[in-house]
Design a protein around this ligand. Structure first.
Ligand SMILES: Cc1cc2nc3c(=O)[nH]c(=O)nc-3n(C[C@H](O)[C@H](O)[C@H](O)COP(=O)(O)OP(=O)(O)OC[C@H]3O[C@@H](n4cnc5c(N)ncnc54)[C@H](O)[C@@H]3O)c2cc1C
Length: 463
């Protein structure tokens, strides 16, 4: 997008050895999108040839690489390079970055570190003592052959519900350790026929129409989770019906039926989770884990289940945003100090005291529905609008007004309080103090509208 807007001097640092972000790092069996691919793609790079409604990981990775190649930006990307710190130099109006490959200077810093890029490993006693291979879903060990093995999977979130059905047919036993169940909805995934792909290719308007209809449905879900929570009743009824249809064992039904409000935790889309849990080689364990032993997992009821391989489907550290990257802004103020209570940013994009810096997929830009790719694209539109302001004013420094940022934050926190995410479950958005640095409490149409231009007075420009 920067290149298309005429900004050619761009350097991208990526600590991984390939571009792709989560789609490069998450290669676990069954990894796939949970937003229909016609919305989980860039509006300027539509792909009429997705193999299915919800593309699998390898295809999304290939798409992202293809977009980079066809937009001729591969040579801007320095893979295998970790950015460890960034410091604002007020005199020179520039950022100085320390990277694993040396120092780099830039007029503008855009962080795009992801909200789900740092795997979270829970502090389970004895985890290090496990004798077999143990790994996180985001670091899947393809060198470990799990065929015929006893596998323990910790977690029942979005990654687990994909990985367990994918491995169940090949393993001897899979024990799934659940802390609390989540609500699910039908994914209704299907492959696109060659004919549909050709139609999307020939008549791009069809793909745009599909994209618009997916967006409209996602907006309905966003409305249900934020201002019109009565709509959730419909989702809950669908989810309950599916549990009852797929599971006859009352004990298993009880274990998988959440007691919290639907949407409080991320709603998971799946067609095969409940049928998989009824297979003879699958056990859903809802007793708390007491410890990991060298040979398996012992739960608090004293039962030890043996395991050859341990899979941590335990999610990500979602509240750091740029962590462990250290950022120091004007007056050497550290971003971690600015965010001591909770990470906050104006429209999720800019922080007072941190001039010429923008955060993509920053604080409060995640949702219970919608496509993050779409959000990032809108955010990037804002960054470009800000760069154009800089040029128009012949300025070298742009900083969001603290007053405007604080007013936005107040508005945001008030709206958040009424959302389903704050209805009293544990989820990856709300921290132990009740602060929520992740969720956007309005429709995505509102995000687009608010980010597409620079509000007069929102930013201060200086030479
Ligand atoms: C398994 C999985 C499935 C998902 N499915 C969906 C979905 O279906 N729909 C949806 O909308 N969202 C989904 N998401 C959310 C996903 O995070 C976003 O869709 C999207 O990938 C965010 O892109 P990003 O570029 O901001 O971050 P990421 O894709 O997380 O990329 C950030 C990159 O920054 C690198 N990085 C971080 N810090 C540094 C540093 N200091 N120096 C150098 N490099 C650094 C990381 O290595 C990483 O590659 C999913 C996430 C996961 C984990």
């Amino acid at each position: 997008m920067l290149k298309r807007a005429g900004y050619d001097e761009v350097t991208v640092f990526e600590r991984g050895d390939r571009l792709g972000g989560v789609w490069h790092h998450n290669t676990y069996p069954g990894a796939a999108c949970d937003i229909p691919s016609h919305l989980y793609e860039f509006s300027f790079a539509p792909n009429p040839r997705w193999s299915r409604r919800y593309a699998p990981q390898a295809e999304i990775q290939a798409y992202l690489e293809d977009v980079a190649r066809s937009h001729d930006v591969l040579d801007r990307i320095r893979t295998g390079t970790d950015v460890t710190s960034a410091r604002w130099d007020e005199e020179r109006k520039r950022w100085t970055l320390e990277t694993s490959a040396g120092v780099h200077e830039a007029d503008v810093l855009v962080t795009a570190c992801g909200q789900l890029s740092v795997p979270a490993v829970p502090p389970i006693p004895g985890l290090d003592s496990f004798a077999g291979p143990a790994f996180h879903t985001a670091r899947w060990r393809h060198d470990v052959d799990i065929t015929g093995k006893r596998v323990a999977v910790i977690g029942t979130g979005c990654s687990a519900i994909q990985v367990v059905p994918a491995i169940q047919p090949t393993v001897a036993q899979v024990d799934v350790y659940q802390r609390s169940p989540g609500w699910t909805l039908p994914k209704m995934d299907f492959p696109y026929s060659e004919r549909s792909k050709r139609l999307f290719e020939r008549f791009p308007v069809l793909q745009r129409l599909d994209r618009a209809s997916v967006f409209a449905f996602q907006e309905l879900a966003a409305a249900a989770m934020t201002r019109h929570r009565w709509l959730l009743r419909v989702f809950r009824a669908i989810s309950r019906r599916r549990i009852n249809a797929a599971i006859t064992d009352p004990e298993l039904r009880r274990k998988v039926t959440p007691t919290d409000e639907i949407g409080c935790k991320r709603i998971m889309l799946t067609d095969d989770w409940y049928p998989t849990l009824t297979k003879p080689n699958v056990e859903l364990v809802s007793d708390r884990i007491a410890e990991v032993t060298p040979a398996g997992i012992r739960t608090q009821d004293g039962v030890e289940r043996p395991a050859d391989v341990l899979v941590l489907a335990t999610g990500f550290a979602t509240h750091g945003f740029v962590a462990p990257l250290e950022i120091a802004g004007a007056g050497a103020r550290r971003l971690t100090d600015e965010w001591a209570e909770v990470p906050r940013a104006y429209l999720g994009l800019s922080v007072p005291g941190f001039p010429n810096m923008f955060l993509l997929y920053g604080p409060n830009t995640n949702g219970g529905s919608g496509s993050v790719v779409n959000t990032i694209e809108a955010g990037m539109g804002h960054v470009i609008a800000a760069l154009e302001e800089l040029e128009r004013a012949d300025a070298r420094r742009i900083e969001v007004s603290r007053q405007v940022a604080e007013a936005f934050d107040r508005e945001l926190r008030t709206a958040l309080a009424g959302t389903v995410w704050h209805s009293g479950c544990t989820n990856w958005y709300v921290d132990e103090n009740g602060h929520d640095p992740n969720q956007w409490p309005w429709l995505w149409t509102a995000y687009r509208r608010r980010t597409e231009r620079i509000e007069p007075g929102a930013y201060a420009l200086d030479r």
